[in-house]
Each structure stands twice: as structure tokens, then as C-alpha cells.
Design a binder for this molecule. Structure first.
Ligand SMILES: [Zn+2]
Length: 463
């Protein structure tokens, strides 16, 4: 099948151009004005529309076990919701349980996605233990296209690894070209503060935020970057939430270090007061790092604008309020950590970033698609509208108005963190490798069509 998208304005990370796009099968064949219509079997008129490379969400947790339950979206519902929002690639996280081989974890996550994913996906590997074979396993994963590893400086006894493990893993990526993604919070300190709060009978959701100070994040970001510098490896900080942590990344980048960081819509748009909602509803906003005081928000937007932050991802990790969040009714430490967001990333960043004048269109495309493609070894297959790239294209209606709500979203979760938020600008038609998968609110893709993406090491912007 050949498809011609006509008269749209194509936005890249650097340019905006009124042109047509010719697609042959999965791949973009030509991009230029006035491509003759007889070259295509299907014509899509995109007059008045913006054309973005498909969104790339580099941080999701589908079908993920946590605290005795499992995140509410699986690879079918999660990738479908992503598609509705204009995201055509996810990078999810496989988890290596302590004492096991990474290959087994990869197999487990491949099975979770098999016959379910409706868009293309890659996998990071969460390393909980290097054991005897861990460094070898990391090289093995890189050969399988798992070009990034996530380590935790938080959650002692569950996911946290010590500095020696972090340094060894960083050193290995210095050799094999993969990238370490760091959950940077000082877990040891936080645990002491948490135990103290519980002993004082402080069990409400708000204490989740009050026991995880920004200094614990900033300290860990600083330490992670220092260890990466000593190892001679790049580093990527996930879900950065505060000005204090941002300053550490900015200082490192100013010194020329290959330090990168992402933030998420919730840290840009919501603040700690949400956790004080009555009737336990604050639990809807329990995730880590926690929401911060309001004064951090403009600093994060500013960081995005000036490339101190490179990526917006979602950390999509939904748990239903009615039967999952409630596990922590009497103890905030038992509230499953995570919130839904994979469907709303482009809407929220477009409306609050582009419409409000905080970001230009090119920067919008860069932080939602091009930069994650480059950093995670998918570029130029993904992240750009150009001949030879996958035909992952969002036909974006800049005038479409939409009210975000759990009653209309496609994520399999019973609430929205952004309930009632009104946005202007939404995906009208979404193509993944040449297939129209969403068109004007209709879903047209089959589960299982999404492909596993083998990502390249050393694909990152530091090379
Ligand atoms: Zn996460």
C-alpha cells in the first residue's frame, strides 16, 4: 500500500515545512511539496494540520508487578491508549529479579508483549543484582537490542543497588555503549524518614511526599553523575522532579559531561497539594519521586526550553483507585506507586508548552520524539519524518479541543491525574509504520502488530 499525506506542515526538531509525505509500505519514501497524487493508492488530506514524527515515550511500566499487585494496563491496553494520544513507540522496563539472569527477564517481558502490543516497543532492563554473570548479561542484552539499563538508588531491599554495583554497571556501559538510566533518590535516608513518620502515626497519602525530600533527589542525582564521570560513561536521570535535582544536571552539562534527564507531565503540571485531597484521593498522586512544591514547576519548564532537560516521558504506571491504591488505606507505604499518563503526554505538553509560548513547535517535537529516539538508539528509524524512516506520523489538529477525563480515556484505570484539564490540540490521525491505527477517535489496529525494536548502543547524543 502507498499512502500520500498532502498539504500538512511537517515539524522536525529543527525545521517546519509545508510538504507532502509519500509512504510505501512501512517506510517513508519521499518528503517534498507537490508529490503527484497518482503515485499513491490512498490520499490523506492534512490541510491545516501539523505533522509530527510519532511520539516516543521512553518510560512506561505495563503489566508490571509492584507491591503485591500489577499495573493496570497491559501491553494491549497500554499501547492502544498511547496510540490515541499520538505515541507510536514505547520503551518499557523488564525487571531482573535478584539472583536471576537478565535473559529470563527479557523472555518474560517479550511474552507479556507478544500478541498484545499495537505499536512498536523497546525494552530497558532493570538490574537489581549483578551476581557473577551480570556484566556478561549486560553485553548479552545489548546484543538483543536492550541498549539501556535502569538502576535504583531508592527502594532498599527491593530494587535498590549499592554504589559499587552502580559503578560496575556504569563502567560496563562505558565499554558496550549502552546507557544507564537512574532512579535517583537516596533510598537509605528516605527509609529512615519513612519509618519515623509511621512510628508517629503519620499514615495518610501526603506523608508519601513529605518523607521524600528534594535534597534526597538532588543528592542522588549528584552522586549518580559523579559515578558516571568516574566510570567514563554517560548517564540519564529518569523522572526528574525538582529544581534542586535539575541544578545538578545543568551543572554537569555545563561542564561538558554526557548527563541527560527526563521529566514527566505530572511534575510540570501538578504539585504536592494534590496528595492532600480528601477521602484518600491523594493516593491517586502517589508515585516516586513525589509531586513537589509549586515553585519547582516553572523551573522544570525552563529546563526543558533550554535543554537542561532533554526528554518528556510519562512513567506511566497505572493502579486503579478502587481496588489497588486502596491497599495503602491505613499506611501510605502500601499504596502502589504510580500514575497513568501515557495517553495524555502530547496533549498536555502541546497545550501547556506550545500554546502557552513556553516551547516552540520544534522543541516540542524534539523532547517528545527526536531526542528520545537519539538517546535510546532508535534514530533515524524513529523520531523524524524523512525518507527511509518508519512511517510513524501523527496528524495533529492544532485547533481540536479536548477535555481529559477517566470517562473517555483509553487507559485501563479508573481515574485521571488530569481530570477536567482542557487542552487545545490533539491527534486526529495516527500512523504506525504506514498503517492508520487511530483515525478521528476510532482505533483501527490489531493487537500484536507492534514490533519489538532492537535498539543500537552508542546511538546517543553523546557520540
Ligand atoms: Zn518508572
Amino acid at each position: 500500500m502507498t499512502t500520500l499525506i498532502t498539504h500538512g506542515t511537517i515539524i522536525s526538531a529543527t525545521t517546519s515545512q509545508l510538504a507532502d509525505i509519500l509512504i510505501d509500505g512501512d517506510i517513508i519514501k519521499d518528503v517534498r511539496p507537490n508529490i503527484p497524487h497518482d503515485q499513491a493508492s490512498r490520499i490523506i488530506d492534512a490541510t491545516g494540520m501539523l505533522l509530527f514524527p510519532g511520539g516516543i515515550d521512553a518510560h512506561t511500566h505495563l503489566d508490571m508487578p509492584f507491591g503485591g499487585t500489577v499495573s493496570a494496563d497491559d501491553f494491549e491496553t497500554g499501547t492502544r491508549a498511547a496510540a490515541f494520544g499520538g505515541t507510536t513507540t514505547l520503551i518499557d522496563f523488564a525487571i531482573q529479579p535478584k539472583g536471576t539472569r537478565m535473559r529470563d527477564a527479557l523472555d518474560t517481558w517479550w511474552k507479556k508483549a507478544d500478541n498484545r502490543a499495537t505499536i512498536d516497543f523497546g525494552l530497558h532492563m532493570i538490574v537489581t543484582d549483578l551476581g557473577e554473570c551480570g556484566l556478561e548479561d549486560m553485553d548479552d542484552m545489548v546484543r538483543e537490542g536492550v541498549a539501556s539499563f535502569k538502576l535504583f538508588m531508592a527502594y532498599p531491599g527491593v530494587l535498590m543497588v549499592d554504589d559499587a554495583t552502580i559503578f560496575k554497571a556504569l563502567t560496563q556501559t562505558g565499554k558496550n555503549g549502552a546507557l544507564i538510566c537512574m532512579h535517583a533518590e537516596n533510598g537509605g535516608v528516605i527509609d529512615v524518614i519513612v519509618q519515623r513518620a509511621l512510628a508517629e502515626g503519620k499514615t495518610a497519602p501526603i506523608y508519601h511526599a513529605l518523607t521524600r525530600p528534594v535534597t534526597a533527589e538532588a543528592e542522588a542525582v549528584n552522586r549518580a553523575i559523579a559515578m558516571a564521570e568516574m566510570a567514563g560513561a554517560p548517564i540519564y536521570i529518569v523522572h526528574l522532579s525538582s529544581e534542586d535535582a535539575l541544578n545538578k544536571v545543568r551543572e554537569a552539562r555545563d561542564r561538558g559531561l554526557p548527563a541527560f534527564a527526563e521529566t514527566c507531565p505530572q511534575y510540570l503540571l501538578l504539585s504536592v497539594e494534590e496528595l492532600n485531597r480528601p477521602n484518600f484521593e491523594g493516593a491517586k498522586y502517589v508515585f516516586t519521586p513525589p509531586l513537589r512544591e509549586k515553585h519547582h514547576l516553572p523551573k522544570l519548564w525552563d529546563g526543558l526550553k533550554h535543554d537542561h532537560l532533554q526528554v518528556v516521558s510519562t512513567d506511566h504506571c497505572p493502579f486503579c483507585f478502587a481496588d489497588q491504591k486502596v491497599l495503602g488505606k491505613n499506611d501510605f507505604t502500601k499504596i502502589p506507586n504510580g500514575g497513568p499518563g501515557v495517553e495524555n503526554r502530547l496533549q498536555l505538553i502541546y497545550h501547556h508548552g506550545v500554546n502557552s509560548g513556553k516551547l516552540d513547535l520544534n522543541r516540542f517535537v524534539e523532547i517528545t520524539s527526536t531526542a528520545p529516539a537519539r538517546i535510546f538508539g532508535l534514530y533515524p528509524r524513529k523520531g523524524v519524518i524523512a525518507p527511509g524512516s518508519d512511517a510513524d506520523i501523527v496528524i495533529w489538529d492544532p485547533c481540536a479541543k479536548h477535555t481529559i477525563s477517566a470517562t473517555t480515556h483509553h487507559m485501563r484505570v479508573d481515574y485521571s491525574m488530569f481530570e477536567g484539564f482542557e487542552v487545545k490540540g490533539n491527534a486526529r490521525t495516527v500512523l504506525s509504520r504506514g498503517d492508520v491505527i487511530v483515525d478521528q477517535g476510532r482505533f483501527e489496529a490489531k493487537p500484536g502488530r507492534g514490533q519489538y525494536l532492537r535498539r543500537s548502543a552508542r546511538g546517543g547524543a553523546w557520540v
